[in-house]
Design a protein around this ligand. Structure first.
Ligand code: COA
Length: 384
């Protein structure tokens, strides 16, 4: 059975910073309250041109560069997001086109803030089953677009960003050692965007009532989170045949410092073995764990061979965890030819995408689009 190794990682944080002090000018809150209750000091806000797809693309591109893998070698792209580009097509497909990942399948995964962990679990099992060799996992969020900026109970928490990892098949033991995914749909209304789906399609009324924004029962979500982080971490470590002492670093979903501290206490893990960066980004939902992983590597807290436990939780309610033996990017330097291909590949992908669109348009103008009646049961166009 092949192993699913993490061989690349990347992140994108939009440059615009929104501090607690700035927030307190528009809503009845203050820096001291936010820091004491959440640990968050500031968050990033997507610029007008940033979307789930553009940010996911930036993170994915960095992850592929670290891995030394070309987009044309990617077999599958999973984008975890609660703030997709559209209801459909999937954000993963938009990113697939931007990357020029021409032989990849692509789909979105909706599991709230646990989305990245669900995708990691699924992606690793696809590799272990031998179905694919290179899987790109992305978490990308523009939560600022569904945040009610006059609701002090939620607007202080969330931020925007994207992160990605590349999983690659290998015969060497390591990579994703174990994972679990869980859900409890009975808690769905605790963290919800009530309108915009088939239950309550968007209308003037739903917008007037602000039903297109995040609604949350903070206390209940807090209670749920503190319970599941401990349980999921223990379970996934045991499943990997390890003990908590074998784990060099814990990277929990970056929602609230108090949730993380409560988990550290109940797991009896010193805080220096837990990675926290939520003070800079707030809760970026499915982007939080891959962004944290990138920063843990960059600041020397996570090294090749280290065993790391990741735990996500969020809307659904969902939670998921994995024990991972951290990988290393390839040691050999890319050849000059490969570097040249890498530099050219994204402009070529953009040009290819434009050309295919133009060609499709021209074809439709010249030959007309087939009407449903002119297509037989096999999907072939009938000859006139
Ligand atoms: N600034 C100042 N005061 C605020 C405030 C804010 N931003 N938000 C709420 N308050 C007030 C409340 O109105 C309440 O006042 P009252 O006692 O006069 O009624 C008081 O602070 C306490 O509110 P409460 O909601 O009980 O606070 P809390 O300690 O539970 O903290 C959260 C609120 C949202 C920070 C906390 O519940 C939380 O983090 N929950 C988990 C959320 C989460 O992680 N969601 C994402 C999961 S993926």
């Amino acid at each position: 059975m092949p192993y699913a190794h993490v061989v690349g990682w990347g992140k994108y944080a939009p440059p615009k910073i929104l501090t607690n002090a700035e927030l307190s000018r528009t809503v009845d809150t203050n820096d001291e309250w936010i820091v004491t209750r959440t640990g968050i000091h500031e968050r990033r806000i997507a610029g007008p041109k940033d979307t789930a797809a553009t940010m996911g693309f930036a993170a994915a591109r960095e992850a592929l560069d670290v891995a030394g893998i070309l987009p044309t070698d990617v077999d599958l792209i999973i984008c975890a997001t609660a703030t997709p580009e559209y209801i459909f097509p999937a954000t993963a497909c938009v990113i697939q086109d931007m990357l020029g990942a021409v032989k990849a399948g692509a789909f979105d995964l909706s599991a709230g803030c646990a989305g990245f962990m669900y995708a990691l679990s699924l992606g690793s099992q696809v590799i272990q089953a031998g179905a694919h060799r290179v899987v790109l996992i992305i978490g990308s969020e523009t939560l600022s677009r569904i945040t009610n900026w006059s609701d002090r109970g939620t607007c202080i928490l969330f931020g925007d960003g994207a992160g990605a990892v590349v999983l690659q098949a290998s015969d060497q033991p390591g990579g994703v050692l174990s994972s679990l995914v869980r859900a409890d749909g009975s808690g769905g209304e605790m963290l919800i965007v009530p309108a915009g789906g088939s239950h309550q399609p968007a209308s003037v009324q739903t917008v007037r009532e602000g039903l297109h924004y995040i609604q949350m029962n903070g206390r209940e979500v807090f209670r749920f989170a503190t319970r599941v982080v401990d349980r999921a971490a223990r379970e996934v470590v045991e499943k990997a045949g390890l003990t908590l002492d074998d784990i060099q670093l814990f990277v929990p979903h970056q929602a609230n410092l108090r949730i993380i501290q409560a988990a550290a206490r109940s797991l009896d893990i010193p805080e220096e073995r837990i990675f926290v960066n939520l003070e800079k980004y707030g809760n970026t939902s499915s982007a939080s764990i891959p962004m944290a992983l990138c920063e843990a590597v960059a600041c020397g807290r996570l090294h090749p061979g280290d065993r790391v436990v990741l735990v996500g939780f969020g809307a659904g309610l969902t939670w998921a965890a994995a024990a991972v033996q951290w990988g290393a990017p390839p040691e050999r330097k890319p050849s000059r030819m490969r570097r040249a291909i890498r530099a050219a590949i994204y402009p070529v992908a953009a040009a290819r995408s434009r050309a295919v669109r133009v060609l499709r348009h021209v074809e439709a103008r010249l030959f007309g689009s087939p009407s449903p009646k002119s297509v037989d049961e096999d999907g072939d166009t009938k000859k006139k």
